[in-house]
Design a protein around this ligand. Sequence first.
Ligand SMILES: [Zn+2]
Ligand SMILES: [Zn+2]
Length: 327
Amino acid sequence: MLLEKVGAPLALRDISKPKPGRGQLLVRVNVCAVCRTDLHIVDGELPAPKLPLILGHQIVGRVEALGENVKGFSVGDRVGIPWLGWTDGECAYCRSNRENLCDRAKFTGYTIDGGYAEFTVADARYCFHLPDQCDDVDVAPLLCAGMLGYRSYRKTENTRRLGIYGFGNAAHLISQVAIYEKREIYAFTRPGDKAGQDAARSLGAVWAGGSDEMPREKLDAAIIFAPVGALVPAALRALAKGGIVVCGGIHMSDIPSFPYVDLWNERVITSVANLTRRDGEEFLKIAPRVPLKTKTKIFPLEDANTALDKFRAGELEGTAVLVVSSS
Ligand SMILES: [Zn+2]
Ligand SMILES: [Zn+2]
């Protein structure tokens, strides 16, 4: 499936099988999970995607062939391909363990081709071995929603009371990790979304309410997964002194102004960009220990446009996973 023009539906095209270059894997795609970022790209909310583009950056497949000089993978291995597809390894960010901020980074399904296809090539150094306990469909959403959620969660350090605004896929995954690590989850949904609040409570949240409500206790930290800038001042007001608000999305509407007193007392606002390979490795280690449960809805690859439309309309209960071929 190709995105030929921003704003247009994906076009089904025959695409010739790519050849793995030096250091690359040719991967036969089994499944590719759909991420909100895919929607942001289709809808033109992220600048300058490669065009035409094969979307998709939560890819699970089998290694079909190796380029020269590949280390750590063999033909037949199951691999996960995430959002971070390549970095230069030499800029100031890469040299200080912040490859997620690399000036020249390339991203799967955005600036390099991704996994809404039968085959893809990927730089082996950025691919992951996957835990055997998780099947393809269940592990795919961990590759972005899970890993970026995990990076957002780690930014909150060892805080006890953790608010989560926007209780979608990333929140669902990261709450399980947080509860496993004995944190208290305060779940904020769209005002009036009783079903969402019930779901959060049944997952183990100690409190669930609308984003316009205040929890009974001040929060030590909050993560915002919803792409809604107005939630930033709302979350700040729910924080105790010294608390942190982590914006976990790649795109957000403008943040309205707010009085300085809401930031005063060493409250912090930060964002999370991309992931490092270390985040991914840590997360894939912890996932089977929790053990993480994913909620998914399966679509055949040909129905990628339907999956995107349903996601945009908020009609999906779990993560959409495109099934290409079964392993
Ligand atoms: Zn770099
Ligand atoms: Zn993503």
